[in-house]
Ligand binder design. Structure first.
Ligand SMILES: CC(C)(COP(=O)(O)OP(=O)(O)OC[C@H]1O[C@@H](n2cnc3c(N)ncnc32)[C@H](O)[C@@H]1OP(=O)(O)O)[C@@H](O)C(=O)NCCC(=O)NCCS
Length: 281
């Protein structure tokens, strides 16, 4: 068996691997947003192959410099033969070269094999993230909410955006700035801001993938929370995306009861859950 870091996410055989796993398990997932990784030159996709055949793939998603998310999949007929473990060793060596101390193994809640692997590796369950899909009606603006203006943000708003976001998602100011710059540089991503009386009070970013779009990093300025701004911003973004006929998705941490509440209330339904297991490298 050969283990190598892929030069590009457009690797031949990857689609076939995803389809084979989807047909067998009913789901398949690889996070291929490596352009958001803190170290752009770090290996982020590791492949196991034999001859021309791709046996497995493992991704590293690491927008932060202290912890990296790792997930992967192996062809159904090649499981329980050490394929994932071999890819993981290669990924961990790379992470150690870049000074990472912690990894978060990402396991679909339906994967009994993934859970038992995490437990055998001594990784502890930390939280679960729900993947949600918008299943509501055409959104309408709730009467009596704050009078917000929604605007697509350009790089000239970088500083205000970093001010709003830093430390909110466990990132440092420097990591937030790098992340926002990568978002502005990506042709698949857009940032939107909510303005109240000309002041930026909330934001979110959108990730486009064909007819699908994900809403990420919704945030409201600390001093303005609890006044309906989060829901009003979400409603405006939903109205815009719904009018474009897109399928709208997002992820939310199970510990974030406030955010989960507003997504459910807006018309999102949970479609799957991913469990995060932490392990010291
Ligand atoms: C999540 C966030 C964007 C919400 O913004 P906000 O402007 O405070 O939200 P709103 O005022 O519009 O609505 C808050 C709702 O949550 C409810 N809520 C507050 N605390 C809650 C809790 N612990 N559990 C459940 N619901 C809660 C409020 O009652 C209100 O709902 P209601 O109108 O039905 O009564 C904001 O808290 C934030 O920026 N958090 C940090 C970043 C974050 O976690 N983002 C989510 C990423 S997925």
């Amino acid at each position: 068996m050969r283990i190598e870091a892929a030069a590009s996410v457009k690797t031949p055989g990857l689609e076939g691997l995803l389809s084979a796993c989807r047909a067998h398990d009913g789901y398949a997932f690889l996070e291929l947003a490596s352009s958001l990784n803190a170290h752009k030159d770090m290996g982020s996709l590791f492949l196991a192959g034999e001859g021309d055949r791709l046996l497995g793939a493992l991704y590293v998603f690491a927008p932060r410099k202290d912890e990296a998310e790792i997930g992967g999949l192996v062809l159904p007929e090649s499981r329980r033969q050490g394929v994932f473990a071999a890819m993981l060793r290669a990924a961990e060596e790379e992470l150690c070269r870049y000074g990472y101390r912690d990894e978060l193994l990402v396991v679909d809640s339906r994967s009994a094999g993934g859970k038992s692997l995490a437990s055998r590796l001594g990784a502890g369950h930390e939280y679960t993230e729900y993947a949600m899909r918008y299943a509501g009606l055409a959104p309408v603006r709730a009467p009596g909410g704050p009078e917000l203006a929604l605007e697509r943000l350009g790089i000239d708003r970088l500083e205000a955006l970093v001010e709003l976001r830093s430390c909110e998602f466990g990132d440092s100011r420097e990591e937030t700035e790098d992340f926002e710059r990568a978002t502005f540089a990506s042709c698949d991503r857009r940032s939107y801001g909510a303005f109240l009386g000309g002041r930026l009070v909330g934001a979110c970013s959108l990730g486009y993938d064909g007819r699908k779009v994900s809403i990420n990093g919704l945030v409201v300025d600390k001093a303005s929370r609890g006044r309906g701004i989060g829901q009003a911003l979400l409603g405006m973004v939903l109205a815009m995306l719904h009018a474009e006929g897109l399928e709208i998705e997002l992820d939310v941490n199970s510990l974030n009861a406030n955010a989960y509440h507003i997504y459910r209330k807006a018309g999102f339904e949970t479609i799957s859950a991913r469990e995060y297991y932490r392990r010291r490298l």
